[in-house]
Design a protein around this ligand. Structure first.
Ligand SMILES: [Mg+2]
Length: 381
């Protein structure tokens, strides 16, 4: 089986009723959910997909200028996925992250063999506990209402709140109000300080003060409390608090993750399959995490096809290594919007998500929806 074409599309799915999404980590709010979809076509009529949140243009232009050409010159059958490791790593150093290609190839292999990827890689579990990952800074009462709804509809027992108010003391007030209403819910906190665009910018002392407060409210983990350049600060913070320290969602590849683990920065590493080299690289990162006795819970803020990749990976990891799925849900960002190009949205039931069990990534793409939401398309002339 050979690759005959690689296409990339930029899609924008508008939020309903003109609503806007104000991500805690972004400067501006957006009126659409934007992502890139990659499509790899083969000479046997099997098509593989992958996708990630991005503005898309850089990914699309890199695929157009380099990846298509490279893939067309590989003499091997595309089952030789590991042969792609070095070229994709190299491509990702001087261009955008191209792990998306690896994921699309795994999708093809799964479809060719009629098995979901997690079973081909070595399955560990058929489902995973999901936590509701919020993305916006809201008033406490709104967070409480949104979680009540998520709990009623999907059975969530865990939630992640964002800390990015001007004063961290105000973040704590929201956490306190939330904890008072939900004494038994598992709560995680994400400070998004690792690659922060705009203030507040936390230092080590601030992060430690926050961590000490989080201990009082039995918070499970504190995510990205410091700039990702401050490895010593992460290690010191981790030693000084009983709250687990998590991070690494934008990191790339095993060599950088090894550096973070050797420096004892994290209790949980969270690379993203779509950003960090694809499923082949992620399996190696998972092995590294296990060797360091660190948990590995992949980043989940991706379109449905990207979340499906994270799910296939999680399906290969026992709960001691990966106990959760990050499930983004913060209206107006809902599964219907995130998964608008899937035949069926990925949704938790009773707080758990089943690893999609159809061949490949386990999800089916609705081509009409792809056409409807595509704003830019690149095809080989
Ligand atoms: Mg995060």
């Amino acid at each position: 089986m050979k690759i005959v074409n690689v296409n990339a599309y930029l899609l924008k799915v508008p939020y309903p009723d003109g609503q806007r999404f104000s991500a805690a980590w972004e400067v501006a709010s957006t009126k659409e959910f934007t992502f890139t979809l990659v499509e790899v076509e083969t000479d046997e009529g099997i098509t593989g997909y992958s996708g990630m949140i991005s503005k898309g243009f850089e990914v699309i232009s890199f695929i157009e200028s380099a990846v298509k050409e490279f893939l067309s010159r590989i003499p091997l059958d595309l089952f030789f996925i590991e042969m792609m490791t070095r070229p994709l790593r190299t491509g990702s150093y001087f261009g955008p992250r191209v792990g998306l290609i690896d994921i699309a190839l795994w999708d093809i292999v799964g479809k060719a063999l009629k098995q979901p990827i997690y079973k081909l890689m070595g399955a560990a579990k058929p489902m995973v506990k999901a936590y509701m990952s919020t993305g916006q800074i809201k008033r406490a009462q709104q967070h409480i209402k949104d979680f009540e709804e998520g709990k009623a509809k999907y059975g969530f027992k865990a939630v992640k709140l964002r800390f990015h108010r001007s004063r961290w003391e105000d973040d704590i007030k929201v956490l306190k109000e939330f904890r008072d209403i939900f004494p038994d819910v598992e709560i995680m906190v994400d400070a998004n300080q690792a690659w922060t665009y705009f203030p507040p910018y936390w230092d080590g002392k601030t992060a430690l003060k926050v961590a000490k407060e989080l201990e009082k409210y039995d918070v499970l983990w504190l995510e990205e409390p410091l700039p990702i350049t401050n490895l010593k600060g992460y290690a010191e913070l981790r030693r000084s608090t009983s709250v687990m320290i998590a991070g690494g969602e934008l990191e790339y590849g095993i060599f950088r993750i090894r550096e973070l683990l050797e420096n004892e920065c994290f209790d949980i590493i969270q690379p993203d399959p779509n950003l960090s080299g694809g499923l082949t690289e992620m399996k190696k990162i998972a092995a590294l995490a296990e060797a360091f006795h660190v948990q590995f819970i992949p980043h989940g803020w991706e379109p449905g096809v990207g979340l499906a990749a994270a799910l296939q990976l999680i399906g290969t990891m026992p709960d001691y290594l990966c106990p959760y799925l990050e499930f983004p849900l913060d209206p107006p960002l809902t599964p219907e919007i995130r998964d608008a190009i899937l035949e069926k949205p990925i949704e938790p039931r009773g707080g758990y998500v089943r690893i999609p069990d159809k061949p490949g990534l386990g999800v089916e793409i609705n081509i009409d929806a792809v056409k409807k939401y595509t704003v830019k398309e690149i095809r080989r002339p």
